[in-house]
Write a protein that binds this ligand. Sequence first.
Ligand SMILES: Nc1ncnc2c1ncn2[C@@H]1O[C@H](COP(=O)(O)OP(=O)(O)OP(=O)(O)O)[C@@H](O)[C@H]1O
Length: 328
Amino acid sequence: MPLIETRALVKEFRRLRPKTGRFATVRKLFSRDYEAIRAVDGIDFAIEPGELVGYLGPNGAGKSTTIKMLTGILTPTSGDIEVAGVVPYKHRQRNARNIGVVFGQRTQLWWDLPLIDSFKLIGKLYQVPKAKYAENVERFTELLDMSSFLDTPVRQLSLGQRMRGDLAAAMLYEPPILYLDEPTVGLDVIAKERIREFIAELNADTGTTIILTTHDMDDVERLCRRLILIDHGLVLYDGPVGPLKEKYSPHRELAVQLTHPADVEVPGAEVVSHEGGAVRLSFDPTTTPVARLIAEISARYEITDLSVSEPDLEDVIRKMYAERGDTG
Ligand SMILES: Nc1ncnc2c1ncn2[C@@H]1O[C@H](COP(=O)(O)OP(=O)(O)OP(=O)(O)O)[C@@H](O)[C@H]1O
């Protein structure tokens, strides 16, 4: 049975219709002329326990609005939504116990308090039993390497330290579900990797169901087995990463380094670039298996190095949106 499910989910916002021309500002003041924006326009998905799903889309696609409905902050205009057997907007408090939420752009922690005091407050708010609380703080402190800054006020933490604190805070009461909104935004490469490692471990070890919203394709490549791609409030793709790459970017590239420069000709592959002994070939793995291609090349030329590159996910997604007439 799905842990998270939405059916024909719609969220409409009303905003004042923009006015132009003379006295526009004055007219706006007295106007009752609203227009409706469908931020979410009939979204269906079902997420099973233990899944780690990337929820992606261009700016304004409706991602945050969906997450806000899942957390119970927003009430849908129509449609159904259920999270761990709870309708979030009807039972916000019950829903809150089942979910952890981390926003990359803002903290859930108390700005002026030492990090450990935020943890204590969250432990109290969620009535985490004493022993469990102590065990979890110890575990997360070790996993996220936080011991050197537990007593530092949150306002003095670096972005990477704060993010680790936010992740620990969201998981202190062991919710079965975690929503992550841009958890690696603004972090350096090492800090990003540390966060990704924690997310992957959390999902693998405790089976936490995770919905991840991000614009960072390295987050997606590293973490998500399933993607839900949305645009204009609609689901465009729901499935694994592999078939998406095959459909929108079927070609792979093989880079070979020849001992002696030569004009390369191999059946089933096209030379993309050729610089001295460095040759790049493009091929379709469904018609030319990579093993056969490598065998053919090694039989004809002397090679010192070779590598096959996967298509770039960002490129694949851009192509998909472009094909559907959306520039993102
Ligand atoms: N409170 C609101 N009132 C009016 N319009 C809103 C409101 N919140 C969101 N919108 C509009 O709904 C649409 C979807 O916004 P949403 O924030 O869900 O997109 P998003 O996919 O999260 O984008 P981003 O990647 O930029 O965060 C946008 O057109 C946005 O302007």
